[in-house]
Write a protein that binds this ligand. Structure first.
Ligand code: ZN
Length: 537
């Protein structure tokens, strides 16, 4: 609620001084229609075809997509921001899981058969002389396993889920519906980490089923930037992301394995005891614990694609229009084409670039420089944009804003009856002027419903932190994130070109075009004026 106070007073002020002309800009209106559904479809039908293999960062399909975009930038007349390739190359470390050893009380268990370890990023070895059985590993008003127990540096063994009564009523929720202690896979490990535990072993009643579900995930390599800049401090006046805690090593085991570890105790008996007394049960197990996780590391490269149109009056001031062109690749032989995520944003950027270039060719070049950048590594943790903002080609101080497009070709469940909407996220967080410009562009030209539902950084979906604009915001650059919301095909192999609504894609891209047009051509550079209180940890 702190945001509203600051903002409403600022909005009042700017309502009188934003300085928009009353008449629509006829030049902008002449070139916005260069952005067409047909053109967008032509490009997307290539980029989101099986031939591009789901454009996974570092893989062949991604490089092919980079080439396609770079060739198009060149063809339409954009100038490269780097060399003749239009690419900004960046180094990554690819870590491939190479096995894990678990020995408890002298008995060796087999990885991905008797146990699994949740990805911990780095290789790891740890040892402990004892294991602490700690009930369900829950700390709640109605039931608390941590009460009067010091878990610091200990390896905890806990039962998955939460305690329930004979008639299936949760001790925590007081209803049949289970709480987040069951539903969130992170809640217990976050708490254990917070309490200073060294590792968490979770007893999994449906161990075999879960192992099957996670098979792909457990074998997946992870990517990070080299050097890793993801922990970079926020410098801009921007809501700071809550500290993403380093994850605790978490081992999943079956009931059978658990019974071997806790013998002569027995899990069923312990659950019954907790059920009848409504009290936690905890005890020390005099078994040693050894865990070793290894991975193979390779250095690879990926690429951002950049094309520019130089400004005529303030060429040093740059306006970014971005989208990520990478997606999830191929899994179990299925190509994840990512037509909406974020093929739609990628072709949106290409179309907007084309419209500005056509305007330039007929004597209406922008006053400020426009940078069209499609980035890779987004799906792996916003890596391409993190690399760019930490290795900028144009000074960050001269970067006017980033208009980022991530998914604009579909509609979500909320908008079943109307497609003429777009979610706007972050527009008011750094520059009130930018927010007003976007609203004015929409009310003058595109007439979409601008939905601010996800604009709150505290929204549980955390969309504000989940696409590439965030790396610009972290540096204090004003941003807008254009988004259609998630849908049933989000991050599924069914995110296909056939499901894209190209008319609405083009219309949303036109809104970005009009906003960019105003930002690039107005007399004065937009100012940064909103200073946010840092989010509480
Ligand atoms: Zn995605």
């Amino acid at each position: 609620m702190k945001k509203d106070l600051t903002l409403s007073s600022l909005l009042l002020f700017f309502a009188c001084s934003a300085g928009f002309s009353q008449t629509p800009d006829s030049t902008a209106m002449k070139f916005a229609p260069v952005i067409t559904a047909e053109d967008a479809k032509k490009h997307l039908s290539v980029l989101a075809s099986d031939e591009y293999e789901g454009r996974e960062t570092g893989k062949e399909g991604q490089k092919k997509a980079a080439k396609y975009i770079a060739d198009d930038f060149k063809k339409i007349g954009l100038v490269s921001a780097t060399d003749e390739t239009y690419l900004q190359k960046f180094p990554l470390v690819l870590s491939t899981p190479a096995g894990a050893d678990l020995v408890i009380g002298g008995k060796k268990y087999e990885n991905n058969k008797d146990f699994y370890v949740l990805p911990y990023g780095k290789p790891l070895t740890m040892e402990a002389k004892r294991i602490l059985f700690l009930g369900y590993g829950i700390s709640d008003a109605k039931y608390d396993d941590y009460k009067n127990t010091d878990v610091k540096d200990k390896v905890l063994l806990v039962i998955g889920g939460e305690p329930i009564s004979e008639d299936s009523v949760s001790f925590i929720s007081g209803k049949k519906e289970l709480s987040d202690w069951t539903n969130s896979y992170r809640k217990k490990s976050d708490l254990a980490k917070e309490k200073g535990a060294a590792a968490l072993i979770v007893i999994n009643e449906n161990f075999a089923g879960n192992l099957e579900l996670m098979k792909h995930f457990l074998a997946s390599p992870s990517l990070k930037l080299e050097p890793d800049t993801s922990k970079e401090k926020t410098v801009g006046p921007v809501p700071a992301e809550k500290d993403q805690k380093k994850k605790l090593p978490q081992v999943g085991i079956s009931v059978k394995t658990a019974n071997e570890i806790i013998a002569p105790e027995n899990l069923d008996a312990l659950i019954k005891k907790i059920r009848s007394t409504k009290q936690s049960v905890s005890f020390e197990i005099k078994s040693s614990f050894e865990l070793a996780v290894s991975s193979k590391e390779d250095k690879i490269y990926s690429e951002n694609v950049l094309g520019i149109i130089k400004g005529t009056e303030h060429p040093e001031e740059v306006v970014f229009i971005t989208a990520h062109y990478d997606h999830l690749g191929v899994r179990d032989g299925k190509v994840f084409n990512g037509a909406d995520d974020d093929g739609s944003g990628t072709v949106g950027v290409m179309e907007i670039a084309n419209a500005f270039e056509k305007a330039k060719e007929t004597g209406s070049a922008p006053k400020r420089t426009l940078v069209f950048m499609t980035v890779a590594g987004e799906e792996k943790g916003l890596l391409g944009s993190s690399y760019y903002t930490n290795n900028p080609i144009f000074p960050i101080e001269k970067t006017v804003c980033d208009l980022n497009i991530d998914m604009i070709g579909r509609t979500d469940d909320h908008y079943k009856d109307t497609v003429d909407y777009v979610y706007i996220i972050g527009s008011d967080k750094i520059s009130t002027e930018l927010h007003k410009i976007n609203e004015h562009a929409n009310s003058t030209y595109t007439h979409l419903k601008l939905d601010y539902k996800y604009n709150d950084p505290n929204d549980p979906n955390r969309f504000y932190f989940r696409s590439d604009h965030y790396n610009f915001a972290k540096k204090g650059v004003p941003i807008i994130f254009y988004f259609n919301g998630t849908h049933e095909d989000y991050h599924q192999e069914t995110d296909e070109v056939s499901k894209i609504n190209f008319d609405i894609l083009a219309k949303r891209a036109q809104l970005v075009f009009y906003t960019a047009w105003e930002v690039a051509n107005r007399k004065d550079r937009i100012v940064t004026d909103v200073v946010q209180e840092k989010e509480k940890k």
